[in-house]
Design a protein around this ligand. Structure first.
Ligand code: AMP
Ligand code: MG
Length: 518
């Protein structure tokens, strides 16, 4: 195990690509540059709030003990072995071209060398302004940092590709935020998360170089990405092969989100990882009640562009932006069919996942109709998604009446069923039981498959909200319990959290919907 103060870093990105090494933190455009040096701005006092021991062990990082090591986690200490920088990227936000964006409050300290493995980037989020902060302060509040810290770890333990969080520290400094965007700005405690990923490159890094017509650098970045992160791809047609793999990974990622009912909330192209990781946790949410139109992001409300049910098609739209950025390197005639293949790839993966969720053996003809019937019925009845699928695992193999079915699913419901809804649910469950009957695997194996596919514990927004309220008052009990529970999402060990969202949380800000203010 090595200390964060050790020399165990490389500086590959900054020594490969042109950057602005001046260290100037004034906001500006940086044409011709892929990054700008940004030394973190020191904070009042760095206090450790959370440390991911298992991740640290995997990375070979020793838990900080002395203040100087802790200071690294809050940007108060940067060593010679590091080279702190903010990456320059662009993106499409809510469907419109936004031009240069860049890491406005994220600073990569360096690439950490994992023993006998590759490197990961260590990045501080909230460590002060960079050349890309535009009019904002480069800081993050405790509220959003706790959400990022817990949720990225929760996604990891759910088995979903994600950036990780190594640490969460308080800065001892207040940060001014207008949480509801209504002119009532208030001070909130500041915090910093140390994020970890093999790479934080986004679709937007590639879009930027194409928009600036820096084709040589675009080629260099694509080559670098392939050789470092997709080393199995070689040969003359490697760029198109790579693009197809990015499509595969992105489709897999979204299928995983749909599996657990995760809504990202801000699927802008600058928040789409080139490695297919869940990245940039903001106003995200799990579904409580099953609603394809649900978006957790108040800014997204008019169009619901980033609603649960639209995530698969938005991913396709975003891949289209990436394809457009690659036009200087690959012929359109190759890019377009590759892009179109997303649909086939997505549906194939999606139906396989849904088959697993439902405990079906191999998909048979008619199964896609049954899956659609599930989607439609759930959208009408709006049960709690997580609880519904848990109940489905132990469904009695005979259900004689409408009322029996309604009673069985009662604990997953937010509202009493209408007669029509009861009938619809009964028809669905009858069809499902018929299909289960045709399974060639045993009931036990089918239930095993369902238990592995359907989480029982999810980090609901109201739980996060309560944990944050506690932390702001210095109470750590719920925060710590959630850190444990999120490590075993498929077990029933934390059934104290196995209940529908309480009524009081339905309309409360932060418990269902959130703003981008963070
Ligand atoms: P997001 O939608 O949260 O991924 O952020 C979009 C852009 O805004 C990114 O370039 C961020 O770095 C930047 N940004 C968000 N919050 C801040 C902040 N407090 N200070 C500086 N830049 C920010
Ligand atoms: Mg972002």
């Amino acid at each position: 195990m090595k200390s964060l103060r050790s020399e165990n870093y490389t500086k590959e990105f900054v020594s490969t690509f042109p950057g602005d090494d001046s260290g100037d933190l004034n906001p500006r455009q940086t044409p011709g540059k892929l990054y700008s040096k940004a030394v973190p701005t020191p904070v009042e006092k760095v206090t450790l709030l959370a440390w991911s021991g298992e991740l640290a062990a995997e990375l070979g990082i020793k838990k900080p003990e002395e203040q100087q090591e802790l200071d690294i986690l809050g940007g108060n200490h940067v060593t010679e072995a590091m080279y702190p920088y903010a990456a320059c990227y662009a993106g499409h936000q809510f469907g419109s071209w936004a031009g240069q964006l860049g890491d406005g409050r994220a600073i990569i300290l360096g690439e950490w060398q994992i023993p006998d493995a590759k490197t990961v980037e260590l990045q501080l989020k909230g460590a002060g302004p960079t050349a890309y902060s535009r009019r904002a302060d480069g800081r993050a509040v405790l509220r959003s940092s706790v959400r990022e810290y817990l949720m990225s770890e929760a996604m990891h333990y759910l088995g979903i590709p994600t950036t990780r969080a190594l640490s969460l520290v308080a800065t001892g400094e207040p940060v001014l935020r207008d949480m509801f965007y209504n002119g009532n700005a208030a001070y909130e405690p500041g915090a910093i998360v140390m994020r970890v990923a093999p790479s934080f490159l986004r679709f937007g890094n590639f879009e930027l170089l194409n928009a600036r017509k820096e084709h040589e650098q675009l080629r260099q970045l694509v080559d670098w990405t392939i050789s470092r992160y997709y080393p199995h791809i070689q040969g003359e047609d490697k760029v198109i092969t790579w693009f197809k793999e990015v499509i595969e990974r992105t489709a897999s990622l979204v299928v995983e989100w749909q599996r657990v009912g995760f809504v990202h909330g801000v699927m802008n192209t600058d928040n789409m990882s080139i490695l297919g990781l869940t990245i940039d946790y903001g106003p995200y949410s799990f579904l409580d009640d099953y609603d394809p139109d649900f978006t957790p992001n108040t800014t997204d409300l008019p169009g619901r562009r980033y609603a649960f049910g639209r995530q698969p098609s938005i991913a396709y739209w975003n891949l289209g932006c990436l394809a457009a950025a690659l036009l200087p390197l690959v012929e359109k005639d190759l890019l377009l069919p590759a892009l179109e293949s997303y649909k086939e790839v997505y549906w194939r993966k999606y139906y396989t996942m849904m088959g697993n969720k439902l405990g079906l053996d191999k998909l048979k003809s008619g199964d896609t109709d049954l899956i659609s019937q599930f989607e439609n019925t759930l959208a009408d009845v709006k049960p709690d998604m997580t609880i519904f699928f848990q109940l489905l695992i132990d469904l009695p193999l005979y259900m004689g009446s409408t009322s029996e079915v309604a009673a069985y699913f009662k604990d997953s419901l937010y509202e009493d069923l209408t007669e029509e809804q009861s009938a619809q649910l009964y028809t669905l469950i009858t069809a499902y039981l018929e299909r289960l009957n045709k399974n060639t695997i045993t009931r036990q194996d089918s239930q095993e498959l369902m238990r592995k596919t359907n989480p029982r514990f999810i980090l609901r927004n109201y739980l996060l909200h309560q944990a944050i309220e506690g932390l702001e008052k210095g109470e750590t009990e719920l925060f710590e319990k959630l850190q444990q529970a999120l490590k075993e999402p498929y077990s029933n060990k934390y059934d104290e959290f196995f209940e529908t969202r309480p009524g009081w949380a339905t309309q409360k800000a932060g418990c269902s919907m959130l703003s981008c203010s963070s």
